[in-house]
Design a protein around this ligand. Structure first.
Ligand SMILES: Cc1ncc(COP(=O)(O)O)c(C=O)c1O
Length: 396
């Protein structure tokens, strides 16, 4: 019972910030991971939408290892090739003209909040620093990103939060329009709410927010930390909706498991940051940038994205059949390979049942089973995962 040994040791010394599964993982390969006792699991969590190319991707590993042996870190006082090439690639693939690199989703959302405030201050003067955000959103755990997060349960005990956020219901354009008064500088939204339970935007919602921002001179910020980088079958989820933001944040899958975040924006908005206004010691470091560049080139191949859409459609059809079979399923929601199965009861027992039979799943909001497999998952693996899930639904 090596796993139990690691679990006991960790529980003595690591802070208790996570509700963890009783599993100590030591190895990964593609869609599979192994625990310290040698048991194999199909991983439909993928580090919560991080390992989009699967575990231990050989090309990403090689890119990181080669760069590790060449140059690991210099200050952002200097230019480096991997960061430059990665920024060029992100600009080529997106609406953006410029990129700022950091180390996590929360950190780039902090950057986005600062950028919106400074842009507004330069353009309109003081007092216009409020950001409209949505209930049920998730933007990270640092104080600014937490304050932007529209879920009280995460705020509890950390007040006073950063002031300057107005919350409106997701998918409610009228509420957003009512909130957009003279104090507001931006609208911040996940194109698909992830942690909030895989909630999709109505067909006209993002376009409506775009119109609102254009009419009122607000910046539209998409948090694509979870939805970005192939997860939905396009490089960025907003491409499905034909809407372009002014600012976008990425993290999670950007370096396929190494920590990296990116803040992307237009030339116009980027002017708000000048030397000295924002920085990160490790942001865009050569090793992670080299890994990310390799990952991004693989993730953005049209054939790769087409495969994600095909597999996503297969998952969707299979889940629809499951829904017809099991009344415990209230709703299925998703796009590409990002799916939520809303149950009429707590999802914990389903997650536990599946783990014991070799399938890792996540549950969010208490009753939404979230499927976020690596985008490299094959049909056999999807079928195997769905079989285990079916057995779990029979059992609960
Ligand atoms: C949409 C979204 N934004 C931000 C974050 C925070 O990212 P990180 O944990 O890298 O700070 C998350 C994490 O789940 C997320 O899903």
């Amino acid at each position: 019972m090596l796993s139990q040994n690691w679990i006991d040791r960790a529980n003595r010394v690591v802070m208790r910030t996570y509700g963890r599964q009783p599993l100590a993982l030591v190895k990964g390969d593609g869609c599979r991971v192994w625990d310290a006792d040698g048991k194999e699991y199909l991983d439909f969590v993928a580090g919560l939408a991080v390992c989009n190319l699967g575990h231990a991707h050989p090309e990403v590993a090689r890119a990181a290892a080669e760069q590790l042996a060449k140059l690991v870190h210099v200050s952002n006082l200097y230019y480096t090739a991997p960061m430059t090439e990665l920024a060029e690639e992100l600009v080529r693939l997106s609406f953006a003209d410029r990129v700022f690199f950091a180390n996590s989703g929360a950190e780039v959302n902090e950057g986005a909040i600062k950028l919106c405030r400074r842009y507004s201050r330069e353009r309109y003067g003081e007092g216009r620093h409020f950001i409209i955000s949505t209930y049920n959103s998730f933007h990270g755990r640092t104080l600014g990103a937490l304050s932007a997060t529209g879920q009280e349960k995460f705020h509890k005990g950390f007040e006073p939060l950063l002031e300057g956020f107005i919350f409106v219901p997701f998918n409610d354009l009228e509420a957003a329009a009512r909130a957009a008064d003279e104090r507001v500088c931006a609208v911040l939204v996940e194109p698909i709410q992830g942690e909030g339970g895989v909630c999709l935007p109505d067909a006209d919602y993002l376009a409506g927010l775009r119109r609102l921002c254009d009419d009122q001179g607000l910046l539209l910020v998409f948090d694509e930390v979870q939805t970005g980088l192939g997860r939905t079958g396009e490089v960025f989820a907003h491409e499905h909706y034909g809407v372009t933001p002014d600012v976008m944040t990425l993290a999670k899958a950007l370096a396929n498991g190494l920590p990296m975040g990116a803040l992307l924006t237009t030339e116009d908005a980027a002017r708000a940051f000048v030397p000295g206004t924002h920085a990160s010691t490790f942001g865009g470091g050569p090793v992670i940038a080299a890994a990310a560049l390799t990952a991004l080139r693989l993730l953005s191949q049209p054939e790769f994205l087409a495969q994600v859409r095909v597999k996503g459609q297969y998952v969707k059809n299979s889940l629809k059949l499951l829904q017809e079979q099991f009344t415990v399923i209230k709703e299925i929601r998703g796009l590409g390979l990002m799916w939520g199965i809303e149950l009429d009861r707590e999802g914990g027992p389903v997650v536990d049942f599946c783990r014991e039979r070799g399938l890792l799943l996540n549950c969010t909001q208490g009753n939404v089973i979230r499927l976020l497999p690596p985008l490299t998952v094959n049909l056999d693996e999807i079928n195997r995962g769905l079989q285990i899930l079916t057995a779990a639904l029979v059992a609960v």
